[in-house]
Design a binder for this molecule. Structure first.
Ligand code: SF4
Length: 448
């Protein structure tokens, strides 16, 4: 382990502590009010590393990391914002304030894409709420100790997990349930540890989960979904158990499995510090592979130059560009989202600017109810404009990689706003309400 000085100790900054920071006084009053108000509804956590090293306080409103981690006025509708302000202004009782806040959270679609109802697997007839099995080969596991992050992204579709409502958590304390499920399902080759951020866990806790599955041969790849290379790279460099974590990574690699760190990278500035580059070097030295992925979001990374720079710098540092996602239909989506056609233009303009080494990236992709829907582009059929689409992943494997079309809609920001271009495309448009109408899937396709 590299010795940590005081500044390398993790220090969270939250709604309760932000006003003590020197940077707080530099913010205009309306921005401070917005942060105080919106952070009652949406979770807010940043940390001293981001605030001191990555945010430009001369120009915070245009700063990508400020936008990424600080709540903004536009994240709530005017009437939602007014309801919270009104309750605060009247010094409402805590119970009343909570009711206002909870009502607004419900309005923000806390569980998109049928997450709570459609993806929960069972072991011996018992549901395992800390797991999701959406695609045949891949299981998502939400360790109960990894249900938070070193900072919270303001756009995050997991925001409902962070706001303290136990019924909304995917917590699962039973690592052995995971192992039992995997033994009963040899078709699962990939386990994705996700959260929150599993790298928030102490190494000895994470190790408990890993040890249960290391000898399951059908599991070939262990993926770790994390934003800690960006939000707290010290996790791999100076944290007290950083070296133990790297040893554990080596053990996974030595066991013959592929270890993939699915790094959430939003902006090239995240690679700019020495400690971030050290962290990348140290992780790669274990034999782990780092893949980079992120949503494209307004105010943070909504231009092609940013993406081209991020992919090229990532490749230079040894990362593999993997996915550009479209912002999901939850939380503060309206503040961040963009028409699908704009997302596609950003993607292709960025793609044109990078070498073949960075063209491993796919996107823009929507993780919607039926699967991962890839926007191939805008085209014309019989004189009418259309979106060309395909599923890269699907609950119904037979839908994967079949091109299909939607009517062109310049305003559409999400899959469920699209309409089939023709009758032949209808089987690809499945919503949670349609399931389980079997004829909408493979059978529907075959009859067309
Ligand atoms: S790091 Fe990932 S899970 Fe955590 S807030 Fe950001 S997007 Fe959400």
């Amino acid at each position: 382990m590299i010795q940590a000085d005081q500044s390398q100790r993790y220090r969270a900054i939250t709604r309760a502590t932000i006003a003590k920071r020197p940077e707080w006084q530099r913010l205009p009053r309306d921005l401070r009010e917005a942060i105080e108000t919106v952070s009652l509804v949406l979770p807010f956590r940043t940390n001293a590393y981001l605030v001191e090293e990555l945010i430009d306080w001369d120009n915070p409103e245009d700063d990508p990391i400020f936008q990424l981690t600080f709540p903004q006025r536009g994240m709530l509708e005017d009437d939602q914002y007014a309801r919270v302000r009104d309750a605060l202004g009247r010094d409402a009782e805590k119970a009343e304030l909570n009711e206002v806040v909870n009502d607004i959270r419900e309005e923000l679609n806390p569980h998109p894409a049928g997450q709570m109802t459609h993806n929960v697997p069972h072991v011996d007839g018992e549901p395992i709420p800390g797991m999701q099995h959406k695609y045949r080969e891949t299981v998502l596991f939400f360790p109960s100790h990894g249900q938070t992050c070193h900072a919270y992204c303001t756009f995050c579709f997991r925001w409902a997990q962070f706001v303290g409502d136990e019924s909304l958590k995917f917590a699962n304390k039973e690592a052995d349930q995971l192992a039992r499920y995997l033994r009963q399902h040899p078709e699962v080759t990939d386990v994705l540890f996700t959260g929150g951020d599993p790298m928030i866990m102490k190494t000895r806790v994470f190790e408990r989960y890993i040890e249960q599955i290391l000898d399951i041969e059908s599991v070939r790849t262990i993926r770790i979904g994390t934003k800690s290379l960006a939000y707290w790279p010290q996790r791999f460099v100076t944290d007290p158990d950083a070296d133990d974590l790297l040893r554990l990574y080596e053990r996974i690699v030595d066991s013959g499995k592929h270890l993939a760190v699915m790094a959430h990278c939003s902006h090239p500035v995240e690679f700019s510090t020495d400690v971030a580059r050290d962290a990348i070097r140290r992780v790669r030295a274990t034999g782990a592979n780092i893949r980079m992925q992120s949503p494209v979001i307004r105010h943070v990374n909504d231009d092609a130059g940013t993406w081209a720079d991020m992919w090229s710098t990532g490749v230079q540092l040894g990362l593999v560009p993997y996915y550009m996602f479209v912002e999901r239909d939850t939380g503060a989506k309206k503040y961040f989202d963009m028409p699908l056609v704009r997302c596609w233009n950003i993607f292709r303009n960025a793609y044109q600017r990078v070498s073949g080494m960075a063209r491993t990236v796919r996107g823009p992709s929507m993780s919607c109810f039926p699967g991962k829907c890839h926007i191939l582009g805008v085209t014309e059929i019989g004189g009418r404009r259309a979106f060309a689409l395909e599923f890269l992943q699907a609950r119904e494997p037979d839908l994967v990689r079949r091109p299909f079309f939607a009517k062109y809609d310049p305003k559409a920001t999400w899959y469920d706003q699209l309409e089939p271009f023709s009758k032949a495309d209808e089987p690809f448009f499945v919503s949670p309400d349609d399931r389980p109408t079997a004829e909408l899937t493979v059978e529907g396709l075959r009859s067309n």
